[in-house]
Design a binder for this molecule. Sequence first.
Ligand SMILES: [Zn+2]
Length: 415
Amino acid sequence: MAGMDFEFRGEKMPRSILMGYAKSDDRATRKECYEALGKGLSAHAAELDDIYDRLVHIRDRMAKKMGYKNFVELGYYRMGRLAYDQESIAVFRGNILKDVVPAVAKLRLENAKRLGIEGDFMLYDNDVVIPGGDPKPLGKEAIFEAAKKMYHAMSPETAQFIDLMMENEAFDVDSRKNKWGGGYCTEFPLYKQPFILANFNGTAGDVDVMTHEAGHALNAWFCFDNEPFELSMGMETAETHSMSMEFFAWPHMDKFFGDKAKEYRFMHALETFTFLPYGTIVDYFQHLVYENPDMTPAERKACWNGLEAKFRPWISTKGIPYLEEGTRWQYQMHIYESPFYYIDYVLAQTAAFEFLLASQENYDDAFGRYIALSKKGGTKLWPQLLKEAGLASPFEPGALKEVAEKVEALLESIR
Ligand SMILES: [Zn+2]
């Protein structure tokens, strides 16, 4: 994927740069961007299908050789899931479908009118939120400067943390060919040093490095001195640290976006809300794939499109080359590389929304509970951490109803 070229307006570029155009205010540009994406992927269609097909069969054989029913069971163990199982996830998935999908569909279609989108809401309309163009950060230097000010304003501990990150130049954020895509945070425990990798492309996503990835890094820094972990930290816990930090950064968004801070907050809340159904599809797809390992590549694509229709009914892919066949998942790297690592983001996003809603009522209290949760990283299971932080478990039937209603109301009040 890192070596793949995409041709856009006569220029060859990596996918991370191409996708910057997916946020263009000009609908024709976005369409062109997704066409370039589809064509670029299509040139590798056989390879993409073959690699995944072999991965599915290898994983299935591994599971069966070890006496598991299929790779779903093994996949959960490999993710170190101790506090919830397939049944809990099925309940959670039902909560998303019942209470989140209709709310997101309604909000996105309403917003489409404000954007002047006529006809079907297309896949290439799903990346833009603000009429006149989504807010862009003030630039790379400004992002680093803003992050420093923000973490200094938050608390003495976060001030110390950001100074350490910057003094030790613990960032690699420039996009370049053959570089690993996406963003992540890793640690060098021996040096008690977190490190952040990203691929800046000039969109608001660049700010995530200083909020999302820094939320991971702050947690790592807090936990270097914890006694050897009793439990390994689940990814849903790790993503709770990062996704909640994105929201605790809200009061400081003027430092990153100038007078567009309000637009950013609206966009951020709507995009993250929109993410819940998408993330659920990514996870559900993998369940179906590993429960039916002999599906053909064409059947897998049909399966994906079936889930899209159910969980993202407002989106059409009709006429977009290659992507209309049900291949959106082929550039979701987790599906290839890290099976069953994805619902974690969705679970964590619901916890992050709970922190956001709490922070709207009493920021200091919510932030204090968040820091306390982060410091316990790896020593307790996620449901217990939520309970101690005063948050509700998303595994109860109907648990997301109130969150969805309040997020909708919050979006309306920002607008
Ligand atoms: Zn993360």
